[in-house]
Design a protein around this ligand. Structure first.
Ligand SMILES: *[C@@H]1O[C@H](CO)[C@@H](O)[C@H](O)[C@H]1NC(C)=O
Ligand SMILES: *[C@@H]1O[C@H](CO)[C@@H](O)[C@H](O)[C@H]1NC(C)=O
Ligand SMILES: *[C@@H]1O[C@H](CO)[C@@H](O)[C@H](O)[C@H]1NC(C)=O
Ligand SMILES: *[C@@H]1O[C@H](CO)[C@@H](O)[C@H](O)[C@H]1NC(C)=O
Ligand SMILES: *[C@@H]1O[C@H](CO)[C@@H](O)[C@H](O)[C@H]1NC(C)=O
Ligand SMILES: *[C@@H]1O[C@H](CO)[C@@H](O)[C@H](O)[C@H]1NC(C)=O
Ligand SMILES: *[C@@H]1O[C@H](CO)[C@@H](O)[C@H](O)[C@H]1NC(C)=O
Ligand SMILES: *[C@@H]1O[C@H](CO)[C@@H](O)[C@H](O)[C@H]1NC(C)=O
Ligand SMILES: *[C@@H]1O[C@H](CO)[C@@H](O)[C@H](O)[C@H]1NC(C)=O
Length: 340
């Protein structure tokens, strides 16, 4: 807990050069096999260490990539989805750094190379707070926030909580464009969700992604991301990871953002692969409920109409991950909008 006087000093800007007490950044001696993920990342991994929820000291892993051309003095923060990690943004980060951006790739608590606490109240608000804490520790004020899938839902919550820090918001096939529970998805007991998570392997992950994300096709270039995830499901913290995944599923199912899209303040771009059919809880819903869920060809337009002054770019033939399916098309569209 921060002392109230410390918070006051921070709020009036007197301590802006000082990290929030207890927070720190670690860059040295970061092991390759970190918190149950043994996947090799494209840039050095750093750790943001902070105290949270009943005095636990946890760490968020992140990559901080410098511009590779003349700096444009802008920082892009790229948030991964539930079945992805920072490296999934590899190609996008390269395009952004070539355009002069500094790119930060944070990984959320419970995911990838970050800590996997067994006792944690997962909420989109908590993850947004952690992410803004990382940015504060790095002394970064205004950002271009880009979120994919669950990272898009989180980016929406983060923008609602910290509108003054988001210059531009880009949502890439975000989840949360509808309220699944209001459409009939029954609540599922966490131990059941956990058991399904715990049974994951290369075959089950690929089958899910093929039917939900990639319009029932498969390209071997998608394999790397299945292997990256499968490595955590079978890594040294598999038990903690699968439990955190169950808690996260429950958080996104029970904490809708869809009612608040009209309250968003930043300039917003919605990028939608229209053949996506992702919906949390669809797998355990009755057929009549399943039929109502995940129609991104409708949801994109519906949500774009709710966000003041937003731009919608649809990819009619792509699914949940347009940046992976057709990187060149995706990046041309993204950079076009950012440079407007
Ligand atoms: C991590 O990967 C490296 C290289 O692939 C391997 O040598 C090492 O045994 C792995 N560690 C664990 C804990 O799986
Ligand atoms: C970026 O900041 C540097 C140093 O303040 C300045 O010289 C440069 O003109 C800025 N570039 C842009 C594109 O604003
Ligand atoms: C990242 O992209 C570079 C350049 O295309 C490539 O060499 C590297 O293998 C990629 N890494 C990952 C983890 O995708
Ligand atoms: C995550 O990895 C870091 C670096 O090795 C370590 O300090 C920390 O204890 C790990 N966290 C958990 C929850 O295992
Ligand atoms: C967010 O913006 C406010 C107002 O400009 C600023 O005081 C604060 O430091 C910014 N937050 C971060 C994380 O930099
Ligand atoms: C963030 O952007 C706002 C609006 O463009 C500007 O007023 C403010 O000074 C910026 N803050 C920082 C910390 O760059
Ligand atoms: C993956 O899990 C499924 C379902 O639990 C099982 O049928 C299959 O044999 C497993 N495959 C591998 C490669 O472990
Ligand atoms: C598979 O993906 C690669 C890399 O994005 C691409 O060059 C290739 O055309 C794709 N193959 C098919 C059959 O779509
Ligand atoms: C919508 O955006 C415009 C331009 O940024 C702004 O003037 C207007 O106040 C916004 N309306 C609402 C309801 O936020």
């Amino acid at each position: 807990m921060r002392h109230p006087i410390f918070s006051l000093l921070l709020s009036i800007g007197l301590l802006n050069h000082v990290h929030v007490r207890g927070d720190s950044i670690r860059e040295d001696h970061i092991p390759e096999d970190l918190n149950g993920s043994n996947f090799t990342y494209p840039w050095p991994v750093k750790l943001y260490q902070f105290t949270t929820q009943h005095a636990q000291t946890l760490e968020m892993a992140f990559m901080d990539v410098a511009p590779t051309s003349t700096p444009n003095n802008k920082t892009a923060v790229l948030l991964h989805g539930k079945n992805f990690c920072g490296p999934t943004w590899n190609a996008t980060a390269i395009v952004l750094t070539q355009a002069g951006y500094r790119v930060i790739l944070p990984e959320q608590i419970g995911f990838c190379k970050s800590s996997k606490p067994v006792h944690y109240q997962f909420s989109l608000q908590q993850l947004a707070y952690n992410t803004i804490g990382l940015l504060k520790a790095l002394n970064i004020g205004n950002i271009t926030l880009i979120g994919h899938s669950m990272g898009g839902m989180l980016s929406t919550r983060l923008s609602l909580m910290y509108p003054e820090n988001i210059t531009e918001l880009v949502l890439v096939n975000p989840i949360g464009l509808e309220d699944w529970k209001a459409l009939g998805v029954p609540w599922q007991e966490l131990d059941i969700t956990w058991a399904i998570e715990a049974a994951s392997n290369y075959t089950t992950i690929r089958a899910y992604e093929q039917s939900t994300y990639y319009v029932n096709t498969w390209n071997s270039s998608y394999d790397i991301w299945v292997n990256m995830l499968n490595n955590i499901y079978h890594g040294s913290q598999a038990k903690e990871f699968t439990w955190d995944q169950a808690l996260t599923t429950d958080a996104v199912l029970t904490q809708p953002v869809v009612y608040e899209f009209p309250l968003l303040k930043p300039k917003t771009l919605l990028m939608i692969g229209a053949k996506d059919n992702t919906a949390i809880g669809k797998a355990w819903s009755p057929p009549d409920v399943q039929a109502k869920l995940g129609h991104y060809n409708v949801l994109g337009k519906q949500v774009a109409a709710m966000i003041n002054g937003s731009t919608l770019i649809e990819f009619p033939d792509l699914g949940h991950a347009p940046q992976i399916e057709e990187p060149d098309t995706f990046h041309a569209a993204l950079m076009g909008w950012l440079s407007e």
